[in-house]
Design a protein around this ligand. Structure first.
Ligand SMILES: [Zn+2]
Length: 191
């Protein structure tokens, strides 16, 4: 096997390059699970170092696929403000934000598109850090700290204020209620 290329079992004509730009793949890259490395070692009889790299590539591509699926489901727009880039790569301005995260979430939950929201960079980071939360019906909750900044600081209000932020996410029917509830309980900064 050519250790310099993505293996055939991925079944991708261009190694997945069409899924997401290379710099985004690098961001998505992380340590593969040991069982994935072992599976590749068993299946292809390659050395552990090679298996680790292949498993990492596979994981990055799976993450890229999942992100693309989430963004596509949300019509390539930020669920929190509606921002919808149409002339640049959507993945350069949008990301998927997982609501229930590891280690609490199972692998199945981590791969469930209902466990993620498409969001623009600023709103995605705020959601990830719990400055926003989501009610199970998709209403957007704003933390007390962020609300105080919105009320007192025009520059914050320009990005996070009610004139920008939607009262309810664009497509609440895509949200898994249990995931929103987990995020609200474990991530959302209520005070
Ligand atoms: Zn947004």
């Amino acid at each position: 096997m050519d250790s310099a290329c993505v293996p055939d079992f991925l079944g991708l004509v261009d190694g997945g390059a069409h899924l997401v730009p290379a710099h985004r793949l690098a961001l998505l890259d992380d340590d593969p699970r040991q069982e994935d490395v072992a599976r590749v070692t068993r299946a292809y009889g390659v050395a552990e170092e090679t298996a680790r790299r292949l498993a990492r590539q596979r994981r990055a591509l799976d993450s890229a696929r999942l992100e693309r699926d989430v963004l596509a489901a949300w019509d390539w727009r930020c669920g929190l403000c509606g921002l919808a880039p149409r002339h640049v790569h959507a993945v350069d301005l949008l990301c998927s934000v997982r609501l229930k995260t590891a280690p609490a979430a199972t692998v199945r939950e981590l791969e469930d598109t209902r466990n993620a929201v498409s969001a623009c960079t600023a709103h995605g980071d705020a959601l990830r850090r719990g400055l926003f939360g989501l009610a199970t019906d998709g209403r957007v909750l704003v933390s007390a700290g962020l609300a105080a900044d919105v009320a007192s600081e025009p520059t914050v209000a320009r990005v996070f204020g009610p004139g920008v932020l939607l009262a309810t996410v664009t497509t609440p029917e895509l949200l898994g209620a249990s995931y929103a509830a987990w995020h609200a309980d474990h991530r959302f900064q209520r005070v």
